[in-house]
Ligand binder design. Structure first.
Ligand SMILES: [Fe+2]
Length: 264
C-alpha cells in the first residue's frame, strides 16, 4: 500500500511530537503493509507556518531514521494545506505539492466550508494543479448533501478518504457517509492521516480488507495502491469506478446506480 496522507514528521504539527513517535508510526505503517508514504504536515496560517525548507529538513531526518532502522519504506515530501484565500501563491512559491507532482492535498473546516471553497479549488485547477480534498467524508456539509460532493467530483476534483472513517473511528455518521461515497464512486484514494499511535488507530490493513470484501479486491487495489502510485508519478487518477465492483456486491439502490452511471 501507498499512504499519501501522514503526519509523521516530528514536532512541526499535531502529529508526531518527536523522533520516537515518528519511528512508532513508521513501524506501524510498515507492519500494515505500507511500503511508500507521503509526509503531509499541516500548513495553516498563524498555527502551523511550515515552509518547504522546514519540511525538507525533517524529511532528510526521517529518511535517515528509516535507513538506520532498516524499514522497508520510501518517504516523500508533501503538505496538507488549509484552504485560505492566498493559498495558491503560497503553494507556487514553496512548491507544496505531493511528492513534487501537481497534486495538492487540501483541507478545510469540518463544520462549514469557507464561502469561496469551491472557487479556490477551481482556481488551483486553472493554474495546472490537481486538488484532492482531504477526508471529505468528515465534512458535515456533505452529510446531508452528498449531491454537493458529487457535483464537485464531477468537475475533476479528487477525494481522499481516511482509513479510520470506514472503520467507524470518527463515529457512525462519518462511517455511513464514507460507505455511501464508496458506493457512488466519489473516493479516489484511501490514506491513514496518521497523527500518532496514541491518537487514533491506523487501520490501513483493516480498511483495505473491508473495501475488498464489501466492494471488490480490484477497487481496494485502486484506492490503496494504484491511484496513490499515480499521484507519485503525476499521472491522471482512475476516477470512473464502473466495472470495478464485484457483480454480487454492486451498490444496492437504483438511485446510487444511476448516479454512478450518469455521474449526476
Ligand atoms: Fe491530516
Amino acid at each position: 500500500m501507498i499512504d499519501i496522507h501522514t503526519h509523521v514528521l516530528p514536532g512541526i504539527d499535531d502529529g508526531a511530537q518527536n523522533i520516537h513517535e515518528s519511528l512508532e508510526i513508521l513501524q506501524a505503517l510498515a507492519d500494515q503493509g505500507v511500503t511508500e508514504l507521503v509526509a503531509t504536515p499541516h500548513i495553516i496560517s498563524g498555527v502551523y507556518e511550515n515552509t518547504s525548507e522546514i519540511i525538507n529538513e525533517k524529511i532528510i531526518e526521517i529518511q535517515d531514521l528509516i535507513r538506520e532502522n532498516q524499514l522497508n519504506l520510501i518517504l516523500h515530501s508533501g503538505a496538507e494545506l488549509y484552504c485560505e484565500p492566498d493559498l495558491i501563491s503560497k503553494v507556487k512559491k514553496e512548491n507544496l505539492t505531493l511528492a513534487h507532482s501537481n497534486y495538492v492535498l487540501i483541507e478545510t473546516e469540518l463544520q462549514r466550508f469557507p464561502d469561496n471553497f469551491e472557487e479556490i479549488l477551481f482556481n488551483f485547477q486553472q493554474e495546472g494543479f490537481r486538488p484532492i480534498i482531504a477526508h471529505a467524508e468528515r465534512f458535515s456539509p456533505f452529510m446531508n448533501n452528498i449531491d454537493h460532493l458529487l457535483t464537485i467530483v464531477n468537475r475533476e476534483i479528487y477525494v481522499q478518504m481516511n482509513s479510520g472513517s470506514i472503520m467507524g473511528v470518527f463515529g457512525n455518521a462519518v462511517k455511513y457517509l464514507a460507505l455511501e461515497m464508496l458506493k457512488i464512486g466519489c473516493v479516489h484514494v484511501i490514506a491513514s492521516d496518521v497523527h500518532g499511535l496514541q491518537k487514533r488507530p491506523i487501520l490501513m490493513k483493516d480498511a483495505y480488507d473491508l473495501v475488498a470484501s464489501n466492494y471488490s479486491e480490484k477497487l481496494a487495489e485502486i484506492l490503496f495502491y494504484e491511484n496513490p502510485k499515480r499521484i507519485l508519478n503525476n499521472e491522471e487518477l482512475i476516477h470512473n469506478f464502473e466495472g470495478y465492483f464485484d457483480e454480487r456486491k454492486k451498490p444496492g439502490s437504483l438511485k446510487n446506480k444511476l448516479k454512478a452511471i450518469f455521474k449526476l
